[in-house]
Design a protein around this ligand. Structure first.
Ligand code: PEP
Ligand code: MG
Length: 959
């Protein structure tokens, strides 16, 4: 007998076919509903149709699989039994909701239909049962509005012009009714009004859509299920998935659940809560509710809800908290909150409804939180012994740390700034920008590089693109769980909601706020941490994470777990000092060329480039030397004993030459040479392909005096520090080496200068000489190069450029199309191409260590700050990554997460942890003559055998 696949999973009455672990199949909502039922929490009975069914639907020309309808009927019978009501029954009708529920939460992106089961036949029964005719007709008009919009129009693919859809038409009818009655609120309409509205709605639906509203419960139900499947491929759901990187293939589940009503009078209510505060992370019960309302009213932001707890009441407000208004139910809810946190060991976001004094839980899921809250919760949950440290470090997305490092408004300027209004602080940080009143305007302005603040009454999922493009979001309505707040929090974007003082007029494109009229294009500033709106632009200050104890706690845990060192790329003493505050364990790259643009150094630099012969060049270099020495001294001072990798001059010389008439003339005047001579030299330096031209170590080989000057500046600065009793660990790095002979040439020079300086200054210091591996030949011949190099640092910017043969400077001409067409999964200059460029990193590391087992290997390309790339470098066995100062905390956390996911073996970890001090003097291991003669080819040492060698005594780590 053929076994029919299971498409439907029941939950209710303390029993469930699924459980909380089945998110892939049942979606987050379905799995958690099952889990709550199993925990004995009151949940209205229902069933979940699997995500696989959704994918079947799309793979089979949008058809339901055989057996689905039968399984739905059987599950419905169980729901009926559990709730003591019958779907479609004339006397005791059961109503159900139909909701989407993907594996990952996609707030508001897909469709929901409520009150399914209300028909001409069931209406009288429900009125008799509830004794509340107004409530029943209100539920019916909601069903008519939602169903015609979601099922009969959107899911059926009926195209309407913007603002002319059926929902809009029905809303216009309702507004006309309110105007006729002289009332403002929906709740002011009486039973007769609603009855009349329902008749008009059905008439309009038939006229507009050419079909009558279905009057059988089963047809309504199947239409609702189909509409949820359809909404998975809706425009806004697809857009959201693209931003959040959620695969299209996951599909959504459908949850059909018995309705309970929060709009049955003053003993009914509905609300949303978080088991801890999702903005600050504080361990208090945080949420909002509305008396006599349905759930959609809270999330849609149409009425501003009241707080759950007394402590969250706005100062001086008339609000009534649930704690005060319904103390018994608050207690019951609080007990469920504690039970759920204990079980899930995480902060949860819950939805509940109170129907005539009885509490029902409708949803629980791991709650979205901003970075500040994520860090605090994780650290405090470890203290509370709810989770261990490894779990805690996995709880924060590395990029979320940005929010702790976010710019804040300068508090001094806030004291004197004009406050326009206050609202709810939904997303932290500060932001200034020009006001725009539509998501499209935000998107277009941001595309032109403008900074804008999106101002709306409330946002809806259609606005997601514009919200993403804006610097910050301000809404007049809605609470901390409104669409704007949820979405902004997910992105860690500055956001203020519920700013009732803002009276927005979309037609005239202006808003009245705090006694001012702000037009589109006027600048305002938001303090999203405190919920304050200011007039004009206020200065922003960089964040100071050192003031946040949770941040320090999180970093401490991450440092205890990670096995990969984290350094920084810094070119100035100030950047170096900043990076040390952020936890950098050394410098992985100082680009010396940046120093030549400081102050008036460009003149001797140009003199050096334009010099006629070695002697003139040396003379110009002598003028540069003191500047470089001072720079290096400052950097060494800032870094103390930490290793500092300084790279010799890398870019082609024409980058420093004057390139317009004015600067040619100025240079000619300053240097006392003719403009014609300068132009001739500039012409001579011109290259068709500068990225592949006279740059990197090729410069130092052609002009050894440049390398000598730079090495001297480094070592004299080191000598000064040593003479003062300080410690230094300079690491001199030669760029763009592809052949071992290039490195031999340069390292011989460097060692010669080191020796000279030690003799002249009568001091000893330790240092290393190594190379960047940033061209494929360097990686392929790493075994030979490692015989000379004491360390490797992968320059993955150039390595990506040279492996793909993609010009770093011209990528904008074709990469966007490559990404759009999915030819490449992502920008390989942002996240390392693991199977291509990464293979060279892996190969180069293994081969390098085959001849020098204690070879220290790092990476200093932009990928050093990218969490996915960091995970790869961890697995590849690198000693450290190096990234910009602001990304150092992110890299520390990403490295810890990589270690949790794939702990390195004991021996490897030990090797990586042991710090190898820079070697003494000019002690370079003598290269094997035979291998060196092999023209840089990799010797045949088996990488595996090399990897098995005992960990090198001088292996380094976290340096
Ligand atoms: C690299 O190529 O990865 C690198 C760090 O050097 P640069 O970006 O200066 O070429
Ligand atoms: Mg490079």
């Amino acid at each position: 007998m053929a076994v029919t696949k299971r498409f439907v999973y029941f939950f209710g009455d303390g029993k469930a076919d699924g459980n909380g672990k089945m998110k892939e199949l049942l979606g987050g909502k379905g799995a958690n509903l099952a889990e709550m039922v199993l925990l004995g929490i009151p949940v209205p009975a229902g069933f979940t149709i699997t995500t696989e069914t959704c994918m079947f639907y799309y793979d089979n020309k949008k058809k339901f699989p055989d057996g689905l309808e039968d399984q739905v009927d059987k599950a419905m019978a169980k729901v009926e039994k559990s709730m003591g009501m019958k779907f479609g029954d004339e006397k005791n009708p059961l109503l159900v909701s139909v909701r989407s529920g993907a594996r990952a939460s996609m707030p508001g992106m897909m469709e929901t239909v409520l009150n399914i089961g209300l028909t001409e036949k069931t209406i009288p029964g429900l009125i008799a049962k509830t004794g509340n005719e107004r409530f029943v007709y209100d539920a019916y008009r909601r069903l008519l509005m939602m169903y015609s919009d979601v099922v009969m129009e959107k899911a059926a693919g009926v195209e309407t012009a913007d603002g002319h859809g059926i929902r809009h038409q029905l809303e216009a009818i309702m507004d006309a009714k309110k105007a006729e009655r002289g009332v403002k609120l929906d709740t002011d309409l009486n039973t007769e009004d609603l009855k009349e509205l329902c008749v008009s709605f059905k008439k309009r639906i038939k006229e507009a859509l050419g079909k009558a509203f279905p009057d059988t419960p089963r047809e309504q139900l199947l239409g609702g299920i189909r509409a949820v499947f359809q909404s998975w491929m809706g425009k806004r759901a697809k857009e959201y998935r693209r931003i959040e990187k959620i695969p299209d293939e996951w599909g959504t589940a459908v949850n059909v659940q018995a309705m309970v009503f929060g709009n049955m009078g003053d003993t009914s209510a509905t609300g949303v809560a978080f088991t801890r505060n999702p903005s600050t992370g504080e361990n208090n019960f945080y949420g909002e509710y509305l008396v006599n309302a349905q759930g959609e009213d809270v999330v849609a932001g149409i009425r501003t809800p009241e707080p759950l707890s007394e402590s969250d009441k706005m100062e001086g407000s008339q609000q009534v908290s649930l704690q005060k208004g319904m103390p018994k139910l608050y207690k019951e809810l609080d007990a469920i909150r504690k039970n759920l946190e204990k079980h899930y060991k995480d902060m949860l976001d819950i939805e509940f409804t109170i129907q005539e004094g009885r509490l029902w839980m409708l949803q629980c899921r791991v709650g979205k939180r901003n970075g500040v809250a994520a860090v605090r919760m994780a650290v405090e949950m470890v203290k509370e012994k709810l989770i261990d440290e490894k779990t805690a470090v996995m709880r924060v997305r590395p990029d979320q740390l940005n929010e702790l490092l976010l710019p804040m408004i300068d508090p001094a300027s806030e004291k004197t700034a004009k406050v326009l209004a206050k609202g709810l602080p939904a997303g932290p940080g500060g932001a200034s920008g020009k006001v725009v009143f539509s998501a499209d305007a935000a998107f277009d302005a941001a595309a032109k590089g403008e900074r804008v603040i999106l101002v709306r009454n409330e946002t809806s999922p259609e606005d997601v693109k514009g919200m993403h493009a804006a610097q910050a979001i301000l809404t007049a309505r809605g609470g901390m769980t409104s669409h704007a707040a949820l979405v902004a929090r997910g992105w860690g974007k500055c956001c203020i909601v519920g700013c009732a003082a803002a009276e927005i007029d979309y037609k005239t494109q202006q808003m009245k706020i705090g006694g001012q009229t702000i037009k589109a294009g006027d600048v305002i500033t938001l303090n999203g941490t405190r919920g304050v709106v200011y007039l004009g632009e206020l200065p922003l200050l960089p964040a100071d994470p050192s003031q946040n104890p949770s941040f320090a706690g999180m970093m401490k845990m991450a440092d205890g777990i990670r096995q990969l060192g984290v350094r920084t790329n810094a070119d100035t003493p100030a950047d170096a000092a900043k990076a040390v505050v952020f936890g950098a364990e050394g410098i992985g790259l100082t680009r010396t060329e940046h120093m030549f643009f400081e102050g008036d150094r460009i003149t001797p630099m140009r003199e050096m480039i334009l010099a006629d012969g070695v002697d003139a060049r040396r003379e110009a270099l002598a003028k540069l030397l003191p500047h470089q020495r001072a720079d290096f001294y400052g950097i060494f001072k800032a870094m103390g004993p930490r290793p500092v990798t300084i790279r010799l001059l890398d870019p082609p010389l024409h980058e420093f030459t004057p390139n317009d008439e004015k600067s040619v003339k100025e240079t000619a005047d300053k240097l006392g040479i003719s403009a014609a001579a300068i132009k001739q030299r500039v012409h001579a330096l011109h290259e068709a392909n500068p990225m592949l031209g006279h740059r990197g170590c090729r410069l130092g080989i052609s002009y050894p005096e440049i390398t000598e000057m730079q090495a001297r500046a480094i070592f004299e600065a080191a000598a000064m520090i040593v003479a003062e009793g300080g410690k230094v660990s300079p690491e001199v790095m030669v760029p763009l080496v592809g052949h071992v002979n290039e490195l031999k040439n340069q390292s011989a020079l460097i060692h010669k200068v080191a020796k000279e300086v030690m003799t002249e200054k009568k001091v000893k210091f330790t240092y290393m000489v190594g190379t960047m591996i940033e061209v494929p030949r360097g990686a392929l011949t790493a075994a030979a190069i490692a015989e000379v190099a004491e360390f490797f640092s992968f320059g993955t910017n150039d390595l990506t450029q040279t492996t793909f043969a993609f010009s770093r400077d011209d990528i904008g001409t074709f990469l966007p199309h490559y990404l759009e067409a999915k030819i490449l999964p992502e920008d390989p200059f942002s996240s390392i191409d693991q199977v291509g460029v990464g293979e060279l990193v892996q190969f180069g590391t293994t081969r390098g260590r085959s001849t020098r087992p204690d070879l220290k290997v790092g990476i200093c390309g932009e990928h050093g700050g990218d969490p996915d790339s960091i995970d790869f470098f961890h697995r590849t066995g690198l000693n450290y990554v190096s990234c910009s100062p602001f990304r150092v905390p992110i890299a520390r956390l990403a490295a810890a997460q990589a270690a949790v996911r794939n702990p390195r073996s004991e021996a490897k970890a030990k090797a990586a942890k042991k710090a190898a001090p820079a070697k003494k003097g000019a002690s370079v291991k003598a290269p094997s003559a035979k291998k060196a003669a092999a023209n840089g080819a990799a010797p045949k040492a088996a990488p595996k055998a090399a990897a098995k060698k005992p960990a090198a005594k001088k292996a380094t780590a976290k340096k």
